[in-house]
Design a protein around this ligand. Structure first.
Ligand SMILES: [Zn+2]
Length: 172
C-alpha cells in the first residue's frame, strides 16, 4: 500500500471515473477512524472500519452506494455484562464539487474522501442502549442474581413489575 493511502485509507481518486457519466468503480477500503462512540457503545480503538461501495459518476458528482461495517463494544443495559457485535449499514450518498454542507459530501480536485460518510453512518447506527443478546434476562432487582446465569427465586409479581419498568426504559 502506498504511504499516502495508509494515512488516508478512505481517499479515492476520481479523475478517471469522472471522465464519463455512468462510469463505475468498486472500492473496498478499511481503516481506523478515531472517536466513533455514542453514550452506550463505541468502536474499539484501532479497530478497522470497512466501506464496501460502488462509486458511479453522475451529472454534477459521484454517487456512492454500498455497505459500511464496524465492530462495536459496550455494556449490556440489562445485565451490565460486556456486549458487542458488528454493525452493517447500507449507504447511498452523493458527493458534489465542494459539497453543499447538508445533503451531499464534498468532492474536490479529483479526490473524494469516504471517511466523513463512513463516520456519519457508523455514528447513526451505534447502539445507544445495547443488549448482550436478544432477550437478555438482566439482573433481578430483588436478589441481584444475573438471571441469564441462574434462576431467580424471587416472587414472580416482583418480576412482572420489573418487566413493566424495563419496557418504560426501552427507547424503542
Ligand atoms: Zn445482558
Amino acid at each position: 500500500m502506498a504511504p499516502h493511502s495508509e494515512r488516508r485509507p478512505f481517499l479515492v481518486h476520481t479523475s478517471r471515473l469522472r471522465r464519463a457519466v455512468g462510469s463505475r468503480s468498486h472500492e473496498v477500503r478499511r481503516g481506523v477512524i478515531d472517536d466513533l462512540a455514542c453514550s452506550g457503545s463505541a468502536v474499539p480503538a484501532h479497530a478497522q472500519v470497512e466501506a464496501d461501495v460502488v462509486l458511479e459518476s453522475v451529472v454534477g458528482g459521484v454517487s456512492v452506494t454500498g455497505t459500511v461495517r464496524a465492530p462495536w463494544t459496550g455494556t449490556c443495559r440489562r445485565c451490565l455484562e460486556p456486549a458487542g457485535d458488528t454493525i452493517e449499514v447500507e449507504v447511498r450518498e452523493h458527493f458534489t464539487e465542494g459539497g453543499d454542507g447538508q445533503e451531499t459530501y464534498p468532492l474536490c480536485e479529483g479526490e473524494l474522501d469516504l471517511e466523513p460518510m463512513v463516520r456519519d453512518a457508523v455514528l447513526l447506527e451505534l447502539p445507544q442502549a445495547p443488549l448482550c443478546r436478544q432477550g437478555c434476562l438482566g439482573i433481578c432487582p430483588t436478589c441481584g442474581v444475573n438471571r441469564n446465569e441462574e434462576a431467580c427465586r424471587c416472587r414472580p409479581e416482583r418480576d412482572e413489575r420489573w418487566a413493566a419498568l424495563d419496557v418504560l426504559r426501552e427507547p424503542s
